[in-house]
Design a protein around this ligand. Structure first.
Ligand code: NDP
Length: 301
């Protein structure tokens, strides 16, 4: 395998985490202790794993984590009350509500209840609107991680044609907004797109966020394209369960100039950017509260 083409998300996320740790150390020296509240409602096994990983990574970065594990039967009113209490608590800088929620809870209502300044997932409509207006707001972690990988790989993205496959609120749409902010020409493809493959063949940059194993093979790609594979799909192959992306990695590799593997590409970046957002939120809150002149001078690397 030509490893020089691999975009190493593990190594990139370790570099982001290192900078986060340095920022946290500076904040702590100034009497600011970044804290992330993580709320999990119910027993979804995958969510339990995600929450455990997020808490571990927060601890690694020196960020205090507060865990709220609520039963499946928690009412919407109880969840909203907890979010309101966390919004009001000055010791909490970021609030993460693990999705999916049980069916009896309205996801949008719960996400909208989180104060925009503590919305470290960047899902509140105020942050979504701010992103589309190019304001400096908390942005969703996975697309932010993809942008970081693209900027490290390609340098200046100005003028490049980027194709985003998928238009979900958590990946596709914010990804397109970030690429537009970086002065790319952006095409967004989805399940109703006509000639999706032909459009994709024109792209300098392809971001695949579809949720369909190996859908994008070399036939979709312009020679030399840079490919970011967001997809995480579990399949059974030769009697073994394995994770694959939305891109057919083996078919794409000889054709592209750079590509993220699955696993080890975009996945590790998502948590690193969650930690980065928590620190950003802590700094912004310190500025707003004018904790000290020193804190007001702190900036995020
Ligand atoms: P969604 O299911 O919310 O969205 C999938 C998108 O793909 C939709 O916009 C859909 O179009 C589009 N789509 C479906 N079929 C096709 C097709 N044949 N051609 C073109 N577009 C198509 O998924 P998410 O955005 O939440 O996630 C996408 C993938 O990324 C999943 O594999 C998920 O596991 C992974 N993921 C990985 C993360 C990470 O940290 N690495 C984080 C989040 C997600 P339409 O809107 O028309 O239905």
């Amino acid at each position: 395998m030509n490893t020089s083409k691999l975009i190493d998300g593990k190594a990139a996320s370790a570099r982001v985490m290192q900078r986060v740790r340095e920022d946290v150390d500076r904040l702590r020296a100034d009497g600011i202790f970044p804290a992330l509240a993580v709320i999990l409602v119910g027993q979804d096994p995958a969510s339990q794993v995600y929450v455990r990983n997020k808490i571990l990574r927060a601890e690694e970065a020196g960020i205090k984590s507060l865990e709220y594990r609520l039963s499946e039967e928690t009412s919407q009113a109880e969840l909203l009350k907890l979010i309101a209490d966390l919004n009001a608590d000055k010791a909490v800088n970021g609030i993460l509500l693990q999705l999916p929620l049980p069916e009896h809870i309205e996801e949008t209502r719960a996400l909208q209840a989180i104060a925009p300044g503590k919305d470290v997932d960047g899902f509140h409509s105020e942050n979504v609107g701010g992103l589309s207006q190019g304001r400096n707001v908390l942005t969703p972690c996975t697309p932010s991680g993809c942008m970081h990988l693209l900027e490290e790989t390609c340098g200046d993205l100005c003028g490049k044609h980027a194709v985003v496959i998928g238009r979900s609120n958590i990946v596709g749409k914010p990804m397109a907004a970030l690429l537009l902010q970086a002065h790319c020409s952006v095409t967004v493809l989805h399940s109703r797109s006509i000639n999706a493959k032909a459009l994709c063949q024109q792209a300098d940059i392809v971001v695949a966020a579809v949720g369909r194993p190996r859908m994008i093979d070399e036939g979709w790609l312009k020679p030399g394209a840079v490919v970011i594979d967001v997809g995480i799909n579990r399949i059974d192959e030769h009697g073994r369960s394995k994770l694959v992306g939305d891109v057919d990695f083996d078919s794409a590799l000889p054709h592209v100039s750079a590509i993220t593997p699955v696993p080890g590409g975009v996945g590790p970046m998502t948590i690193a950017f969650l930690m980065k957002n928590t620190v950003t939120a802590a700094v912004q809150q310190a500025h707003a509260q004018r904790v000290s002149p020193e804190a007001a001078c702190l900036s995020i690397s």
